[in-house]
Design a protein around this ligand. Structure first.
Ligand SMILES: NC(=O)C1=CN([C@@H]2O[C@H](COP(=O)(O)OP(=O)(O)OC[C@H]3O[C@@H](n4cnc5c(N)ncnc54)[C@H](OP(=O)(O)O)[C@@H]3O)[C@@H](O)[C@H]2O)C=CC1
Ligand SMILES: O=C(O)C1=N[C@H](C(=O)O)C[C@H](O)C1
Length: 268
């Protein structure tokens, strides 16, 4: 049985992860952690997630429970994840990281830690989005030189980073396929007298509204036709199931930085 800990246990993803672990054979929730100031510390993690009592008490520190799990699932905030990363690295614990909003420098810290522990790090753990990444590579190679490329994403009002990690990854996949450097060609929103569109650019547009779980569209628009590749998540369970699948996949894996494409065997 794979022993799994969830940090950010009271968050939107934390609660869904606890439910997904409960629904999956071969994994067991052995620790749940929240911010020390949280009023939910000490509560029952199963009750918190709405699945009934599971006798896992929410703890106020990862350090206290380092001996109690094999893999940590972390969907929190970049600064929190980086602290957890060092603790897991020292303790030799595997990690599944779903947090988004890291800077390039912070991503390098994840890569450095992966020299010592196995980590699955992905901006989106759904099967559908990872399939879309493959389709985007193909669409960019076929249409990219002729088409204007725009990436539109929508999320719930509580999301704190923009564009979404998924939208940025989609941009990277398209830019890589076309031999472009995303940091040079990305345009994050437009306003005023912008001038005509530069064909090389990849545009991003962000919507934040209500309870949208996560919508992404990549538009390839040329003269006379356009292709739109769209993914819509209607439940966080799709992300949670992918993260739990990753936790199982990490069992016995060598140190390294992996992503959901590795877990799904989608790499060439
Ligand atoms: N890769 C993927 O497939 C997906 C990624 N995400 C990403 O996951 C992250 C979390 O999203 P979401 O669940 O919606 O956000 P929430 O704000 O609902 O959850 C984050 C949780 O982490 C807690 N937390 C923050 N700091 C600490 C700490 N030091 N110790 C323990 N717990 C802590 C927060 O507590 P508090 O509220 O008190 O701050 C909160 O409960 C985001 O970066 C989001 O983009 C989301 C969905 C899918
Ligand atoms: O914050 C969210 O909710 C989500 N974040 C991820 C991202 O930034 O791409 C994935 C998903 O779309 C939901």
């Amino acid at each position: 049985m794979r022993r799994v800990a969830v940090i950010g246990a009271a968050g939107r993803m934390g609660k869904t992860l606890i439910e997904a672990i409960d629904q999956t054979d071969g994994v067991e929730l052995t620790a749940a952690i929240e911010r020390p100031e949280s009023s939910l510390v000490g509560s029952d993690a199963g009750e918190l997630a709405g699945i009934g009592r599971n006798s896992v008490q929410v703890q106020d520190s990862l350090q206290k429970v380092l001996g109690d799990f094999d893999v940590l699932i972390d969907f929190t905030h970049p600064s929190t994840t980086l602290v957890n990363l060092e603790l897991c690295r020292e303790a030799g614990k595997a990690m599944v990281i779903g947090t988004t909003g890291f800077t390039d420098q912070q991503k390098e810290m994840l890569a450095a830690a992966a020299a010592d522990i196995p980590i699955v790090f992905a901006p989106n753990f759904s099967v559908g989005v990872n399939l879309c990444l493959k389709l985007l590579d193909m669409a960019a190679r076929v249409m990219g030189d002729e088409a204007d490329i725009e990436i539109i994403e929508a999320h719930h009002r509580h999301k704190v980073d923009a564009p979404s990690g998924t939208a940025l990854r989609m941009g990277e996949v398209v830019a890589d396929a076309l031999g472009r450097d995303l940091s040079k060609v990305a345009v994050y929103g437009r306003e005023g007298q912008t001038g005509a569109r530069d064909r090389q650019t990849i545009g991003f547009a962000t919507v934040r509204a209500g309870d949208v779980v996560g919508d992404h569209t990549v538009l390839f628009a040329s003269e006379g036709e356009r292709v739109e590749i769209t993914h819509k998540a209607s439940s966080r369970m799709t992300f949670a199931k992918g993260a739990v699948r990753s936790a199982l996949w990490l069992d016995g894996r060598a140190p390294g930085l992996y992503d959901m494409q590795d877990v799904l065997s989608l790499k060439d």
